[in-house]
Each structure stands twice: as C-alpha cells, then as structure tokens.
Design a binder for this molecule. Structure first.
Ligand code: BGC
Length: 463
C-alpha cells in the first residue's frame, strides 16, 4: 500500500457538489450561535443588572459564566466527537443551545440565569470545535480553508447580529427577548443537521467504510472519490486512536502547535476588544452611549468583512502568510493604541487614534489569527484522535479567554492603559516568532498527508 505522504494529492479540480456547501453552511450555524451567545450579554447585562440589582461582583459572574461553560463543553466534547460522531454530537449541541437560550430568557432570578448561561456555554464550547472539525472533514482539499472559514464568518456575523438585536430591544429594556431569539438559529441548526451526511472520515475511522463510501459518493466526483477512499483507508490502518496516541512522541509537535496557537489567539487580547470595546472607547473619551455602541458595531462589521477577505485568500496565499501578517499588524496596532493613552493632552485626537488603532487591530486579527487558528486546529491531527486533540486545543483557548477576561480591567488599573496594551503587543511579538518557527503550511495538503508528516517524525515547518 502506498504511503499517503507520497500519494498524489486528491486535489483534482472537479466542480464542488452543492451538498458540500450546504453541509458547511448548516454546520456553520454552530459558529453563528457561538458568536451570538457570547455577544448578546454585552447589551443584555445593562438591564439584567438593573432588574436583579446585581453587585459589580455578581455582574462579572453573570458575564463570565458562559466562558466557564465553554471550557467544560470544550474539554468534555472531544471524546464524544470521536465516539458519537461529529454530526450526532452537533445535534445534541443544538438541543443544549435551545435549552440555554430558553433558560436564560425565562430566568426568574440570578442563580437560574447563571446556570442557563453555563448551559449555553457548554454548547458554545462544543460547537466551537465540532463545526470546523466537521467542515474540514467533508471539504475538498483545494477549498478546505475557505469552507472552514465560513464558520468564522458565521461566528463574527453572530456577534454583530447580537449587537443589533440588543440595540433593537434596548428601548424596551426587554433583555429576555435578546436571549430568546437564539432559539431560532439553534432550531435551524438542529433540524438542518438531519439533512446532511455524517463525516466520511469519521465513519471510516469507526470502521464503517461502506457508509463512508456512500457519503463520498454524494459529495465527490467518482474519480475524486476513489483516490480519497484509498488515502483515508491507508491512514486509518496506521492509527491506534485513544489518549495514548494523542500524547505520543510522534504527535508532540502537533500538540504544541495546536495548544500554542490556541493560547496565542487569546492572550494577544482580541476579546478585551470584543467584550470591552465600549469601555476602551470610554477610556479614550468617547463617552456617549450611542457613540460607544456605534463604535462597537463598527468593530464587529470590520471583523466580519476582513474575515470574508481571509476566506478568499486562505487557499491561495496559504495559512502562514496570513497568520504572520496578521500578528505583525496586531502588534503594531497595539503599540499605537497603548501610545495613544500617553497623550492625554490631545483628548479628542486620542479618541480618534484609539478608535482607528482598535479597528486596525481587529482587522488584522480577522484576516489571519481569527480564522487561521480554527482552521489549522481542524487540520493537523490524525483522524482517530482528531476530536479529542481538538478539544484539548479548544479548552486551552477557552481557558486563556477566561483568564484574559478576568484580568484585563485589573491590569489597566495596576500597570496602566499604555502598559496593558504594550504588554499585549509584546505577547503578540512572541506569538509571531512562535508562528514563524512552528506553524506548518497546510494549504493544498490532504488531511491524510498531514498525518503522514507527523508519523514520519518531521518538523512542522517541513510540511
Ligand atoms: C475567537 C473568539 C473571538 C472571535 C472574535 C474567534 O476566532 O476564538 O475568542 O471572540 O474570534 O471574532
């Protein structure tokens, strides 16, 4: 049997079957719900605080409970993704999304609300990695980057939609509707999943080769199908699966890349902007509520637009160039943002420099680090351990997210605003070097070729 490393790539440029796009779009609803559910709280909290008379401490718990749930979902979801399968686990996740949304909407008191938000968080934690995982496994190699990035486009759109819904219900202060509306995409996600196939790679990994073939028949041309089946078969025969394979020496560098990028995506500060944009703008002198809201919507829209740009480029220029440009641009914007806070004498100028550098920062994140992290995470692990390996990286991502969220305001108080943003800038420079030395270029490689690369014991950069 020929080694998959030497096998001809399956990138036969045949037309992509519409079912591939439909399946990717339905799966990406998981990403949309992820975005909606993390974004919605920013507006809702203003009215919840009033109605439940929350202390600042309680307010922080209500806001960050979703992150705790996400951490739990990410950590627990991996084994389930490998056992139940990507699609079935997504169906369970859709149900949990509905319960979380309905629970928060109906919450009679703070404790109930916190529990509902943890439940929604569990769904977010699972969806955050299962959607890219599923899409990556059904995608033809030459458009895999673009298809997986649809999930990040859906995620960023979910954030903007949640801001707009918050804005629409703000006059009536009806925070319950803000949460309740998530039931609609959650139901669409759950129902849609019944109409799309299981991941052919997961089926093959579980020994159901005939079913895998049936699925491939629906999503590939006959020639593409044969070469893909051979490649999957050959790679499955060389895997043991389970935790021992995951932590074996051969996968060490893949684990370092996944976990390292997961941490880098968060500790470079993106969610300080997503969660605290209005606060940062307020620091910078934009004090009216409507200016702050408008600026937040602007940040969200830039995030979507530049993610769409990344989606168009990712299979052409590759993951690495986007990642390196992104990190360099983010570091520069953070330096400027920090510097802006040193110039209090130019109050109004400061406001504009802050807005400008923040938007530039988000734009650079969106064109690289945002989508590239989730894409690479979905590409670099061997089939039989892919679910659990992704869940380890995803849990590292959510844990770092939680730590940054809990320390940002304290940091600005202890080392000052310039110091805080410069600290993120320094961390971003470190992340750039990490990416330069360790992140592989996965463009144009089949998932099986990437696996064979680790099995051959080669350095990530040599891919
Ligand atoms: C990150 C999230 C972030 C979002 C913003 C995602 O890739 O994982 O933490 O909130 O991008 O667009």
């Amino acid at each position: 049997m020929s080694s998959p490393a030497k096998a001809a790539p399956t990138a036969v440029a045949a037309p992509v079957k519409p079912l591939v796009y439909v399946a990717a779009a339905i799966s990406a609803l998981g990403g949309m719900l992820f975005g909606y559910d993390i974004g919605v709280i920013s507006g809702a909290i203003l009215f919840i605080k009033k109605q439940f008379s929350l202390s600042p401490g309680m307010e922080e718990i209500v806001v960050s409970s979703v992150l705790l749930g996400s951490l739990i979902g990410a950590a627990a979801g991996g084994v389930l993704a490998d056992r139940l399968g990507r699609r079935r686990l997504s169906i369970v996740t859709a149900i949990i999304f509905c319960l979380g949304a309905a629970g928060a909407a109906l919450a009679p008191d703070t404790a109930w609300l916190i529990i509902a938000r943890v439940v929604a968080g569990v769904a977010i934690g699972v969806a955050s990695f299962v959607s890219p995982l599923y899409i990556s496994e059904i995608a033809p190699v030459d458009i895999r980057g673009k298809l997986v990035s649809i999930n990040q486009v859906a995620l960023t759109s979910g954030i903007v939609i949640s801001y707009l819904i918050d804005y629409a219900f703000a006059p009536s202060e009806d925070w319950r509707w803000m949460f309740a509306l998530a039931v609609i995409p959650a139901a669409a996600f759950g129902i849609g999943l019944f109409f799309i196939p299981d991941s052919p790679r997961w089926l093959a990994g579980r020994g159901h080769l005939d079913q895998a073939r049936e699925v491939l028949k629906r999503i590939r041309s006959p020639e593409q199908m044969e070469s893909e089946v051979k490649e999957i078969q050959s790679s499955v025969s060389q895997q043991k699966g389970g935790w021992s394979e995951l932590f074996s020496k051969l996968l060490r560098s893949a684990m370092v890349v996944g976990i390292g990028l997961a941490i880098a995506q968060q500790i470079t500060g993106i969610n300080t902007v997503i969660y605290y944009a209005p606060t940062i703008f307020k620091f910078a002198g934009l004090s009216t509520a409507s200016a702050a809201i408008l600026a937040s919507v602007g940040v969200g829209v830039i995030n979507v637009v530049l993610t769409v740009v990344a989606m168009q480029l990712i299979d052409r220029v590759g993951r690495r160039p986007l990642l390196l440009i992104s990190l360099a641009g983010m570091a520069f914007s953070l330096l400027v943002l920090g510097g802006a806070f040193l110039l209090p004498q130019f109050k109004s100028v400061l406001g504009w420099i802050a807005v400008g550098s923040l938007m530039t920062y988000v734009g650079f994140f969106a064109v690289g680090l945002g989508p590239v992290f989730w894409l690479i995470l979905s590409e670099i692990y061997p089939l039989r351990v892919r679910g659990r390996a992704m869940s380890v990286g995803t849990a590292a991502n959510w844990l770092s997210n939680l730590i940054v969220a809990l320390t940002f305001l304290t940091l600005t108080k202890s080392i000052g605003k310039p110091g805080t943003f410069w600290l993120y800038a320094a961390v971003t420079v470190g992340a750039w070097f990490f990416a330069w030395f360790l992140v592989p270029e996965t463009k144009g490689k089949t998932l099986e070729q990437i696996e064979a690369h680790w099995r051959a014991g080669k350095h990530p950069r040599a891919l």
